[in-house]
Design a protein around this ligand. Structure first.
Ligand code: 8ID
Ligand code: ZN
Length: 359
């Protein structure tokens, strides 16, 4: 591995200059020099980055928490470590390593949350593409303790979306209190998170009911192993459809990856007794509408699941690197980000869009 890399002074980035504003591509954005990196920071020459619906929420400012604007978005990227800050102690990564940058860019590793493995809720969490600059750039500053090693032979464009979509659904399914053979419902199954959720669920031996809309997403979900497909725009009664597929008893879990609150509405009704609702999709202002009576009466668990910690990221990455889970993606150039957001708003993106940052 080379120990020295030539780093340009400027780079191309996609930046949002004001909330809800349009995306501007800049070709003269400064790249931090090695000397400017703080201890613990590393500079990653990006090769590929996925585009998550969270990036769209951040750009639109439709969440109760607001991003730091001006903002370079992006939080599921893969690239090569080309510089590490002086006085970085015990770095788990070295120059030349290929690593992933996830939503959780850094955490203190010492607070109660971090000690309990819930690094993502650390009060000092740095969030890529939200409160620190993200991966929609040719060079991104990240943090040696939190970047995720990418196994050799697993291409960066295939690995990128594991860093958010993959790790998020991997963890949600891991904590969904399900066993092999159980039924899991995935509203949003044709989207970025959902299409990976189908596959991680199959790896765990679960039976999958995919809910989304349109022929392209139906084909994708079926191809990825969904046992049952429900089109939420065509179904007259989603609860009845789920129950019909599950011996009338309902599903054991629902991992809701829809970006709208409508994906949550029927979940408590179609879960069987003792079922678990994993809340993953993040509509900004909506309230979770669920019958309190039946949540109690059916002993339903409702759990929020927020990205994943360093170990979740490694586990999700290893499964994908072994070829057991594959990101379905279309490669585009970062200049097309605005159009990608438009497509996402309209629910037209099946799987993921990944930007090639090597061109
Ligand atoms: O840590 C987390 N919890 C986390 C991590 C990453 C992303 C949460 N998210 C959130 C995003 O911020 C977003 O709100 O998960 C949501 C989904 O992200 P995504 O997968 O990147 O979005 P997408 O590719 O647009 O897919 C969303 C799918 O939901 C479908 C759409 O058709 C689309 O395929 N959908 C919608 I909108 N309403 C639906 C409904 N009522 C629905 N599918 C079924 N039923
Ligand atoms: Zn994301």
């Amino acid at each position: 591995m080379p120990t020295h890399f030539t780093i340009p002074k400027t780079q191309r980035v996609a930046i949002i200059e004001e909330t809800g504003g349009s995306i501007v591509i800049k070709n003269d954005w400064p790249v931090k020099t090695q000397a400017e990196l703080a201890p613990g920071e590393c500079l990653v020459k990006m090769e590929a980055t996925g585009c998550c619906h969270t990036d769209l929420h951040a750009a639109l400012g439709d969440w109760p928490l607001k991003a730091n604007i001006p903002l370079i978005g992006g939080h599921e990227g893969a690239g090569i470590v080309v510089a590490i800050g002086d006085n970085t102690a015990n770095s788990p990564v070295a120059l030349g390593d290929r690593v992933g940058i996830k939503w959780l860019a850094d955490s203190c590793l010492n607070c109660e949350d971090c000690r309990n493995g819930r690094e993502q809720t650390c009060l000092d969490a740095k969030l890529s593409g939200f409160n620190v600059d993200g991966t929609f750039s040719e060079y991104a500053v990240s943090f040696v303790n939190h970047v995720t090693p990418i196994p050799d032979g697993f291409p960066s464009d295939e690995a990128a979306s594991i860093l958010c979509a993959g790790v998020t659904v991997y963890r949600a399914i891991k904590y969904s209190q399900t066993n092999a053979g159980n039924w899991i419902v995935i509203p949003g199954a044709g989207g970025g998170l959902g299409h990976l959720a189908i596959q991680y669920a199959k790896v765990r031996g679960l039976r999958v009911i995919a809910i989304d809309s349109g022929e392209e997403k139906k084909e994708l979900c079926k191809k990825l192993g969904a046992d049952v497909w429900i089109d939420f725009r065509e179904s007259k009664d989603i609860v009845a459809d789920v129950k019909a597929a599950t011996d009338g008893l309902g599903a054991h879990s629902a991992v809701v990856t829809a970006a709208s609150s409508s994906g949550y509405t029927q979940a408590v009704d179609y879960l069987r007794n003792g079922g678990t609702l994993m809340a993953v999709g993040l509509p900004g202002e909506a309230k979770l509408e669920a019958s309190i009576f039946f949540t109690v009466f059916k002993s339903i668990s409702i759990l929020g699941s927020y990205v994943g910690n360093r170990q979740d990221a490694r586990e999700a990455m290893d499964i994908a690197a072994r070829g057991e889970v594959k990101v379905h993606y279309v490669c585009k150039e970062i200049e097309e980000l605005k159009d990608v957001y438009e497509g996402m708003k309209e629910g037209k993106v099946a799987g993921r869009i990944v930007f090639d940052l090597t061109k």
